[in-house]
Write a protein that binds this ligand. Structure first.
Ligand SMILES: NC(=O)c1ccc[n+]([C@@H]2O[C@H](COP(=O)([O-])OP(=O)(O)OC[C@H]3O[C@@H](n4cnc5c(N)ncnc54)[C@H](OP(=O)(O)O)[C@@H]3O)[C@@H](O)[C@H]2O)c1
Length: 252
C-alpha cells in the first residue's frame, strides 16, 4: 500500500537488469519509504549484482522471470511475486531490440522479438493486473517506445511489437479507470543503454536517469502517457504525418 504521502511501499521490476528500469527504481527509492523490492529476470547472478547496487534500505528479493515462458509460468510467477503482500508499483522494463535484417530472414528471430516485447508482455500483464485489481490499487508502468508511434525501416519488427504493446496498454488503461489500478505508458526515444550500445545516437538521445525522472514525474502527476524527453511528444506529432517518401529518407 502507498503510505500517507503517496510513496510506494513495494515495487516489482520486470527486467531487473534493465538500465532504464533500474534508474527508475532508484528514482522511486529516493522517497526513502519503500520497504520491499522485487527484481525479476533471467540472469540470477546479474540480478544479485543489481540488488547489491541498490544498497541498504528496502528488503530486496530476486525472482526468475522470462517473458518468453508459457502463460502458465507467468501465472505462477505472479502468484510468487504477490506472496509477501501487495504490489504498489510494477515497472515493466524488459525488451529486446533484436536485429532488423535478421528478423526479415529468419522467422524464429522475428517471432522472438514479437514474443518478448508484445505477446510475452501482455501474457504477464494479464495475471498481474488481475492481482492488482484484486488488491484494489497499484500502478503499472510499461516502457513502450517512440518506435511504437510510426514504424521505421531501421527497426520495424521491434516497432511493430512495441506498437502492439502500446495499443493494448492504452486500451487497458481506459478499461482500468475507476478500479483503483492505473497503467502508465512511457515512450522513450533513443536512450544510451546496453540496448543501444554501438549505435549512432538519434536526435533527442537521452540517458536512463532522464527517463527515470520523466517517469517519476508522470507517476506523481497521474499521467497516462509519458514521453522521454518530453519534447518528443510534439516532434512525433509532426513526424507521424510526414509523407512516406520523406519519412523513409530520415536517417537510421
Ligand atoms: N534504450 C533505448 O533506446 C530504449 C528506447 C525506447 C524504449 N526502450 C525500452 O525500455 C525498456 C528498457 O530498455 P533498456 O534500454 O533499459 O534495455 P537494457 O538495459 O538492454 O535491458 C533490457 C532488459 O530486458 C531484459 N530481457 C530481454 N529479453 C528478456 C526475456 N526474454 N525475458 C525477460 N527479460 C528479458 C534483459 O534481461 P537480460 O539481462 O536477461 O538480458 C534486460 O533486463 C525496454 O522495454 C526497451 O524496449 C529502450
Amino acid at each position: 500500500m502507498q503510505d500517507a504521502l503517496g510513496a510506494p511501499q513495494s515495487v516489482l521490476l520486470l527486467g531487473g537488469t534493465s538500465e532504464i528500469g533500474l534508474a527508475t527504481l532508484r528514482r522511486v527509492l529516493r522517497t526513502g519509504r519503500t520497504r520491499r523490492v522485487l527484481l525479476a529476470g533471467r540472469d540470477q547472478a546479474a540480478l544479485e549484482v543489481a540488488a547489491k547496487d541498490l544498497g541498504g534500505g528496502p528488503e530486496v528479493r530476486t525472482l526468475r522471470f522470462d517473458a518468453a515462458d508459457d502463460p502458465a509460468d507467468h501465472e505462477a510467477f505472479v502468484t510468487e511475486a504477490t506472496r509477501d503482500g501487495d504490489l504498489d508499483v510494477v515497472l515493466l522494463a524488459f525488451g529486446l531490440l533484436g536485429d532488423q535484417e535478421r528478423s526479415e530472414e529468419d522467422p524464429a528471430a522475428a517471432r522472438r522479438v514479437i514474443d518478448v516485447n508484445f505477446t510475452g508482455a501482455v501474457a504477464v500483464l494479464v495475471p498481474l493486473l488481475r492481482a492488482l485489481r484484486a488488491q484494489g490499487h497499484g500502478t503499472v508502468v510499461v516502457f513502450s517506445s517512440v518506435a511504437a508511434e510510426r514504424p521505421r525501416r531501421a527497426n520495424f519488427t521491434y516497432g511493430a511489437a512495441k506498437a502492439g504493446l502500446d495499443a493494448w496498454c492504452q486500451g487497458m488503461a481506459d478499461r482500468l479507470v475507476g478500479t483503483g489500478v492505473r497503467l502508465m505508458v512511457v515512450r522513450p526515444g533513443f536512450v544510451h543503454t546496453k540496448m543501444t550500445a554501438g549505435m549512432r545516437p538519434a536526435p533527442f538521445a537521452t540517458h536512463p536517469d532522464a527517463v527515470a525522472e520523466a517517469t517519476w514525474r508522470g507517476l506523481v502527476r497521474g499521467a497516462q502517457t509519458v514521453w522521454a524527453p518530453p519534447a518528443l511528444r510534439w516532434v512525433m506529432a509532426g513526424l507521424r504525418h510526414l509523407p512516406r517518401p520523406l519519412w523513409r529518407r530520415l536517417p537510421g
